[in-house]
Design a protein. Structure first.
Length: 238
């Protein structure tokens, strides 16, 4: 694996019936790299994540992961190949316990022993989830639900994570804790593609930044090189 070769998206188009949401989008994420995508609402950020996860079908372009074209895979096959999505809005199963939610994340795995080890690993990352393991999903705070969503994603043993608005609606201290977890995940070699309305927080967590504007991606570069004007242009189209 070269430093540039974990995920490569090339010339991607996505249509919703007659509406085109993505235009010729190309991005790359390396192993262990956190890449942030910033931009205004409806710029195409979440659509890009959903396309990589094969929840929407691209109409043109290629998505390559670990050197393999994954454009013809179904969503569960994408997960089995090492890509997981933490969706906007958390989508914790309210009628299931925390433990049951976490085990759903490991549905594609067969070894009970390795699943047990992964469960212990996520409990070490989020100790509160061990305490809440028998609590129902709808009885958790927003921060606890986000922890469940990230931990559930980790249960699939991903090599690459797609994170969509992980700080949405959370208290600042909870957000800080969540982002410490993201940094720890990347240090294990897992690549991260991060979509976030909290622009400054996401930029601080990233090694490189792209901007999405009207369905098109522009590589802005490393965070230290970005000016205030760059951010205004990316987020507001100024």
């Amino acid at each position: 694996m070269t430093s540039s070769g974990l995920l490569s998206v090339r010339n991607l188009d996505v249509h919703y019936e007659h509406f085109q949401a993505l235009f010729d989008v190309s991005i790359q994420v390396a192993e262990g790299e956190v890449v942030s995508i910033i931009g205004a609402n409806s710029a195409g950020k979440s659509t890009l994540l959903r396309a990589i996860a094969m929840l929407v079908t691209p109409s043109a372009g290629t998505i390559t992961f670990c050197g393999k074209n994954i454009g013809d895979l179904r969503p569960h096959e994408v997960v089995a190949n090492g890509i997981s999505l933490v969706p906007e809005g958390r989508r914790v199963f309210s009628s299931l316990t925390v433990l049951e939610n976490l085990l759903i994340g490991a549905y594609s795995r067969r070894s009970r022993e390795s699943i047990g080890r992964s469960l212990e690993e996520v409990y070490e990352i989020f100790p509160i989830l061990r305490e809440r393991s028998n609590n129902m999903g709808d009885g958790l705070s927003g921060g606890e639900q986000q922890m469940v969503a990230i931990a559930r994603s980790l249960m699939s043993k991903p090599r690459f994570m797609l994170l969509d608005e992980i700080s949405q609606g959370l208290a600042p201290l909870v957000v800080k804790s969540i982002y410490r977890t993201v940094s720890g995940i990347s240090r294990t070699g897992t690549g991260v593609l991060l979509v976030e309305q909290d622009v400054m927080r996401s930029i601080k967590a990233a090694q490189r930044v792209y901007a999405m504007m009207r369905g098109r991606a522009v590589h802005l570069g490393v965070p230290a090189s970005l000016s205030e004007d760059d951010l205004k242009n990316a987020c507001f189209g100024l």
